[in-house]
Design a protein around this ligand. Sequence first.
Ligand SMILES: [Zn+2]
Ligand SMILES: [Zn+2]
Length: 814
Amino acid sequence: MPNSEPAGYDPQSVERKWQRRWDERGTNRTDLAGATRPYFNLMMFPYPSAEGLHVGNVFAFVGADIHGRFRRLAGSDVFEPLGFDAFGIHSENFALKVGTHPAELIPRNIERFRAQLKRIGLMADWRYEVQTTDPRYYKWTQWIFLQLYRAGLAVKRRAAVNWCPACKTVLANEQVIGGFCERHPDVRVEQRMLDQWFFTISRYAQRLLDHLETADWSHSTRTIQANWIGRSEGAELVFATPAGKRITVFTTRADTVFGATYLVLAPEHPLVADLTTAEQRSDVQTYRRKVSAMDLVSRKVGDKAKTGVFTGSYARNPATGAAVPVWIADYVLMEYGTGAIMAVPGHDERDFEFAATMRLPCVRVVAGPAQDASTPLAAAEPDIPDGRLVNSPGFDGMPWREAGRAITAKLAEAGLATPVVNFRLHDWCISRQRYWGPPIPIIYCDGCGTVPVPEKDLPVVLPALEDFRPDDSGVSPLARLESWYRVPCPQCGKMGRRETDVSDTFLDSAWYFLRYPSADRDDLAFEPGLTRRWLPVSSYIGGNEHAVLHLMYARFITMALHDLGLVPFEEPFRRFRAHGTIIKDGAKMSKSRGNVVNPDAYVERWGADTFRMYLMFLGPYQEGGDFRDAGINGIRRFLDKVWALVDGVAVGPQTPSPNPQDPALVRLMHRTIQRVTEDTESLSYNTAIAAMMEYVNALRDGVAVGSLLSPLAILLAPYAPHFAEECWERLGGKGSVMDAAWPRFDPALAVAEQVELVVQVNGKVRSRLPMPRGATEATVVNAALADPAVQRFTAGTAPRKVVFVPDRLVNLVV
Ligand SMILES: [Zn+2]
Ligand SMILES: [Zn+2]
């Protein structure tokens, strides 16, 4: 029978067939209005670079897609949209480099990305795709700006900002790496004073922090956000000058005020000019000029040599009454606290270094149990456990925490202290002096001042500008287009001028999840009924590199819209999980290292399903793994085995045995369903795949029948969707495997077979323990140590050595 020769697994034809079917049958479409169990499965939408999809993107999306498919099989109506985040400097700089206009380049990149994303088999409902560069989208980005503007949350003010001379625009502090631009690692970032639009996110700092406590988010992401918000409790203390100027400092350590031997002001502090004496004037001016050429981030670097200049003035320490000198130094920043600090060299490292360099006095005011008031300080001692105050008349002997509160209270009576809470989180600068972004919808009129563009005139379309190169003026290239720049004032009709800055690309991505369900609506940003039904997002999966900017801004915008009555929830994401990173040859993939993997070549050679499973098998999804070419063969062999098993059932003669089901295999099937269910649920995809592999190996040694294989096809569907569809069909399944129900396991059958393990202590048998077959060493040792019969001989000490023979014996050497 030459015709019955089973055809081997050909991924390309299987994947082509099922992608066509999905399109024809609308398999991946979600009925947004009719869904009864909505589950919004969000993944971070990509920036469509010219290079195409990166293997890191594929890793992220496949992991999120597995989650969405799993939820759908488990009974939810899953909505899995995708889109493109295509505005911003990355696109613009690349367009400048290759000499093609971004308006031409971006649609091409998007097309390529979309094709690649479809090829890897995502369950995306492409009817709801969004593109941030589409006027249909950014009309609503501008609308959101106007809502915040009316609420007083968008303000324009002059501020010191980081300026990259190569980008020719402002940068967020987080985009400055060790003093250099993140996009231009050899370009030093400067500081400039510019008029900028800010969103006042700092007003939301406490709320953003409070909600983190109960958020179902990856622990690492929560920690990064909490640190970025940077709440500190402390006090503002007043140091007055003989001329009556009050210098306010913020400190978290009011207990050390008796050790404050000098003050340091930020060079930009408004009191510096008044405090500078005639003989110090030229030194102070020179220093201030030098500092203004530096960026804010390198000023924060702790380990550089301390520099500074004495102003010539003194101020009174509110606790000691002594006159202390007032200095300026670059390590103090205007943006944190009050822009002035009291320096306590005995208990602060930077102050100690500064005092040592400038020969300023240093006094101990906190002593540990083995120290006293005269114990010398060889270095700063910032944190002394069980420290008590010394050299602080009236407070000596008091524990330092208590003393901080007591001193603040005492000085408050004299009007010299105020308890305050401070945050590191500063306002979000959203204006960019570039071309490729949504114009900020504001018009300036000589008569009326700042006038918002009326909503009916939105969008303010980004005009086609042939020469969109930025210049060094600090003004966007849009200002060069007179016909666009000059516009009648919406209030009085006289000639006014448009705002020429465009908004930060992080504003585009701060609300895109709200747009998805309403992406087909042009009459509103997000439809209230759909928003209530589908949001907050059920699951959000993305990279931890977005823990601070994107994820914080998205939370802030949602909170602000909530307060304006525009959305019925305060937090946008019910659950957030950070995925890991794929590395190659021990390093993160990057063009400069030459270790970037092109996913297309792999998909072409192996098929999307094998590549998907291979990526997920590299390591725990939330940790990532090392990309090694060798391993992909193993996945392919696994799928070939499944193919052959299905072939044997679907094509070959039915097994004649009346009771073909081997009880051991049935038990293993239930165990496998349980493991794959639990591991897929917890994003532990690599161990879920391992469980399926074990099962398939056992099936090959036994008698495979359809009832043992159909559940496997469903378990495989999230991981290798095309392959699973084909198996499902061959096994006689109806419709799409994605419409099947996730298999249930019988807990009684899923329990592993019990074996009796011998427990020895120092080679002598002391107990016997029933354990599930295959129990790990750690499980067995823990069980043994908890056994009273064993405890009599271990005397509560941890074993020095463990000898473990799986399923048979454990010997604890104590
Ligand atoms: Zn730059
Ligand atoms: Zn006017």
